[in-house]
Design a protein around this ligand. Structure first.
Ligand code: SF4
Length: 397
């Protein structure tokens, strides 16, 4: 089959017969390698419209809180962490964290995404007490906290299983887990860039345990470590396999898939490759858009594909909304992990996200962490009043 044949078959996709149209790994790879970007984005856009025909693009008012930068994992692409004992380490107090949540409440936010380093000095009770404190002080805010590697770190410190740790954190008020730390779920790549982070199977196991408890989870993917296209599809295959299993066993899975390119500016991974094969690392706009489009077509059991403005910029993220993505991400307010590696833009206002969405021809829809729609006041200018108004985009697939 040619890429054209594969895309032609995909045009008949519908939700009821999704399995009949499911892409194999080989087909996804062929699309990744051979399909022209325009055709690929068009097919991904058609799929997105079939799955979400309401003409809306969702976004979230939330805040990242990076509660500690102490970490013992030493990922090469990370400029955020400091090793224990370093004079730039910090761990925020409950009051400091609470103040940040209050600031989020004051602008109508609905979720915090709290993640930090793997800090062996923090006992399990610290995490439980923090969640209980936040649950009482900020009952309307969803607490999506601690990525799988942090859960593993906590389990090691308290000598409990990761499942028991998750259960107790949930009882203390945790709503879900951030999807961070997946990066590239391929042994060779992981061993090269973050050898202490544990095998891909660990990340997948912790996420499956979280899903078995009904916690909200998302899946992430960082590209541009020098991995092959095959390895990128392998990452997606592992995510899809877990998604299928969890939907069958627990009736819950990843809410969304979010990919972005590794940032190379100020970390040891970037320095290691500077002047040598740097041009082969990271990912430019067209490669990113290709990745988003393939992920929409291949990850047929994941409802939402998110565009990443913090790494790609607002303009490219807007293009992603016309190539498979249906979610514009979140306003963030604060972000310290990816931004430490060189991204310039670390927060967006609600009006900015609405502008991006409306000028792409969609209706902005606020959502919560579980993608439930929230009341949305339209703040942005009507794009039809612009000097060059938004083209009339056909919203049928
Ligand atoms: S990416 Fe996370 S686990 Fe890796 S060094 Fe940074 S803070 Fe630690």
């Amino acid at each position: 089959m040619t890429w054209r044949d594969i895309l032609s078959k995909q045009s008949g996709w519908n939700r009821a017969k999704s399995q009949q149209f499911r892409l194999s790994e080989e087909e996804a790879l062929q699309l990744y390698r051979d399909a022209p970007l325009h055709e690929l984005m068009q097919a991904a856009h058609a799929r997105r419209l079939s799955m979400h025909p309401d003409g809306k693009v969702t976004y979230l008012i939330d805040r990242n809180i990076n509660y500690t930068n102490v970490c013992t994992i030493n990922c090469q692409f990370c400029s955020f962490y400091r090793p224990p004992g370093h004079d730039e380490t910090y761990t925020q107090t409950f009051e400091e964290i609470s103040t940040r949540v209050e600031e989020l409440e004051s602008i109508g936010g609905s979720r915090i995404l709290m993640q930090g380093g793997v800090n062996p000095a923090l006992p399990f009770d610290w995490y439980l007490d923090l969640l209980r404190h936040l649950r009482i002080q900020h009952p309307s805010i969803d607490l999506d906290c601690f990525s799988p590697i942090e859960i593993e770190g906590i389990a090691e410190v308290c000598e409990k299983s990761t499942l028991d740790v998750l259960r107790e954190l949930q009882e203390a008020g945790m709503h879900g887990l951030p999807g961070g730390g997946a990066e590239m779920l391929v042994d060779d790549v992981r061993n090269d860039v973050s050898p202490k982070k544990g095998a891909p199977a660990n990340w997948l196991r912790v996420m499956e345990e979280a899903q078995s408890l009904g916690l909200t989870t998302s899946a992430t993917n960082v590209i541009g470590f020098g991995e092959s296209f095959e390895q990128r599809i392998t990452h997606m295959r592992r995510i899809r396999e877990l998604q299928d299993r969890s939907l069958t066993n627990y009736d819950i899975g990843f809410t969304s898939f979010i990919a972005w390119p590794v940032q190379l500016e100020v970390n040891s991974f970037g320095r290691r490759n500077r002047g040598q094969n740097k041009h082969t690392l990271g990912a430019g706009s067209s490669e990113y858009l290709r990745h988003v489009a393939v992920s929409r077509l291949y990850l047929d059991s994941i409802e939402h594909i998110q565009a990443s403005w913090p790494t790609m910029g607002i303009e490219v993220s807007q293009m992603a909304l016309l190539g498979g993505a249906d979610d514009a991400g979140s306003t963030m307010m604060e972000e310290n992990v990816v931004s430490a590696s060189g991204t310039k833009k670390v927060q967006a206002s609600e009006i900015e996200l609405q502008n991006v969405i409306r000028r792409a021809g969609f209706t902005p829809q606020r959502r919560d962490s579980d993608y439930r729609g929230l009341a949305t006041e339209i703040l942005s200018d009507d794009p039809q009043t612009l000097a060059a108004p938004t083209p009339n985009i056909e919203l049928r697939s």
